[in-house]
Design a protein around this ligand. Structure first.
Ligand SMILES: *Cc1c(COP(=O)(O)O)cnc(C)c1O
Length: 453
């Protein structure tokens, strides 16, 4: 019988994170201060100092603290699987591998950075964190991370999800977090938005502003972010480094790596340790495919420019593909893919031609999710179902061309809290959304004026 999964022991887990910054052929554009709009390496004191240092570090490998490694060991290393049953169903000569991050207690990759961020804040004497969450994946991961280190957590949860998706709120509360619907009455920005529009259903950009305002207002509190930032992508590279060892065990090397991108952290975590081989020319024909929703097409239709990370303009200004910081996404189910911007590292590599991007509608992604569930067993979260769709398309292309390619898929989490969305799909009530061109123009009008940085 053939091997279906590649398992590493705790001792084989990487003990450092991989930092791409020193290996980039062109340096990453700087972050700009939200007030002065000048380049800064010292953004407002939002984060733990250690995390700030990591944001701009030139060290290729950054040691994972032992306390963090010990907690990682409760679910890491995660398994790499060979999708034999999916391959067979597709009748493809392609070899499909997937790296599954849904085995963490939070159900996704997000715990990798949540644990690290909670650790550094605790070590620096911070006793409370504030954050935002969309559908609740990040909030629940950070709630657990904070629990491991005895920190309090306040979560500003996008209002529409707070009301429609109670289960992740209950998860957060079970892990000890305080959760409020955003916009809330607890911050000035929240009150201002509610005064203008009492029916506001919220957005990630608004919730980020609320969390930042909260953190600025208290000495015991820092802000914590679940994606986009360099340090978050760094913490996720444990995924890719494990996958390199596991692909070696399988005696395979990927031709194509596929993942979904919201802010970009899970996919970067998988592909950054591999992109080194593409940059160095060791595997220059490696294809890396980023998949996003048609309803939030940041890479495929957004503009590469300077924009705020949040609605109130309190977060650093980043050079990134963006739909404008006032973007309020259509209500698609892939909640984790509805951010207006994208990790600067991903955008930079995309500009250099190192990455491909494509956008998918939600009905076909649920169809792909169902096919994966019926062959491999795991019900993917709607976010990685985007990557499953692209994987299936590439495998079918292999069947049609008769080429046998090796595909590595980032399966970032399970969909057990998204069964309502699967129900809508299965009962035929799901709608496809596209982001309309007029709205795109409207959103672009809100971009900040920046000196020729
Ligand atoms: C949050 C989330 C995403 C999207 O965020 P990235 O930073 O792009 O990874 C993808 N998959 C899952 C399961 C998520 O929870």
């Amino acid at each position: 019988m053939e091997t279906t999964k590649y398992i590493l022991t705790e001792k084989e887990m990487p003990t450092s994170w991989y930092n791409i910054l020193p290996d980039l052929p062109k340096p990453l554009p700087p972050e700009l201060h939200p007030g002065t709009k000048e380049p800064t390496i010292l953004p407002p004191p939002l984060f733990a100092a250690a995390v700030n240092d990591q944001e701009y570090s030139k060290e290729r490998y950054i040691e994972i603290p032992e306390e963090v490694q010990a907690i990682y060991h409760t679910w890491r290393p995660t398994n790499l699987h060979r999708a034999y049953r999916l391959e067979k169903a597709l009748d493809t000569p392609a070899k499909i591998f997937y790296k599954y991050e849904g085995s963490s207690a939070a159900g996704s990759h997000k715990l990798n950075t949540a644990v690290a961020q909670a650790y550094y804040n605790k070590k620096e004497g911070i006793t409370r964190l504030a954050t935002e969450t969309g559908a609740g994946q990040w909030g629940s991961a950070l709630a657990l991370g904070c629990q491991f280190f005895g920190l309090e957590l306040k979560v500003y949860m996008v209002k529409v999800s707070y009301h429609q998706k109670p289960y992740r709120r209950i998860l957060m509360e079970s892990w000890g977090a305080q959760v409020v619907p955003s916009p809330s009455e607890d911050t000035e920005i929240g009150r201002r938005i509610l005064a203008e529009n009492p029916d506001s259903t919220g957005s990630l950009g608004i919730a980020i502003s609320e969390a930042i305002e909260d953190a600025f207002g208290r000495d015991d509190t820092h802000y914590s972010i679940g994606s986009v930032a360099n340090h978050v992508l760094l913490h996720q590279t444990v995924i890719g480094q494990e996958s390199i060892k596991q692909m070696e065990m399988a005696d395979a090397y990927p031709d194509i790596i596929v993942g979904c991108v919201g802010g970009g952290s899970n996919f970067a975590g998988l592909f950054l340790p591999w992109v080194k081989d593409k940059l160095s020319g060791k595997k220059s024909d490696l294809r890396i495919i980023c998949v996003e929703p048609q309803a939030c097409p940041t890479l495929t239709r957004g503009k590469y420019t300077w924009d705020f990370g949040d609605v109130a303009g309190m977060a650093p200004i980043l050079k990134m593909h963006t739909l404008g910081h006032n973007f309020v996404p259509p209500p698609v189910h892939a909640g984790g893919l509805r951010y207006h911007g994208m990790a600067p590292i991903i955008c930079h590599l995309y500009q250099m031609g190192m990455l491909e991007a494509r956008a998918e509608y939600q009905k076909p992604i649920f169809e792909a999710g169902i096919q994966f569930a019926r062959t491999e067993g795991i019900i993917p979260a709607p976010e990685p179902a985007h990557a499953v769709k692209a994987t299936i398309d590439e495998a079918i292309a292999c069947r049609e061309s008769g080429q046998s390619k090796t595909i590595l898929l980032a399966l970032s989490g399970h969909g057990h809290f998204d069964l309502g969305a699967y129900d809508e799909y299965l009962s035929g009530n799901l709608q496809d959304y596209e982001f309309p061109e007029e709205k795109m123009k409207e959103a672009m009008a809100s971009l900040p004026e920046v000196p020729s940085a």
